[in-house]
Design a protein around this ligand. Sequence first.
Ligand code: ZN
Length: 179
Amino acid sequence: MLPLGHLAGAYLFIKVTLRLFKNLSAKEKRQLLLFGTFVTLLPDLDLFYPLLKFGTIFTKKDVFDHHTLITHSLFFYLILSLIIYLYGSLRKKNFVKIFSLVFFAAIFSHLILDSFFIDYGPMWLYPFSQKNYGFIFPFPEKEEVSALEGLLSYFSHFVFHLEILLFLIALTVFIKKPF
Ligand SMILES: [Zn+2]
């Protein structure tokens, strides 16, 4: 999935999640929604690794798969979120506790979308299993494809149209009631 789809998915997911917290001020909700929408891109910063190593982010799975890095492991973010949550609990800061939940929800949204929009998704059960869970978009069979080839292949697939649809839904919601 492209950053646009991740941003749209996280925006919708965090907007719904924040409804659970009634005692947040409008300003806090705005801050958390903005934070959650953008922090969802964090796992994909690991794409700098293949970009620097292979000169492309589109590599065949057995050459390199960024979903096998800790940056795409739910377990890693669960630990991080728990640390932030515990800090909030110790300091009796409710906002920090909700912040940790929003952080986790944003990453969860990223990994869910990665599972649906590419045929090898994240290692959901890592460190207990290194199996990738994902389906729908078949990655090109060649050893390495250029960024352009990879993108063109994705653009011609129906999941790309689903991504556009997701973006349009988020855009409609944003125009009607942004926060
Ligand atoms: Zn990703």
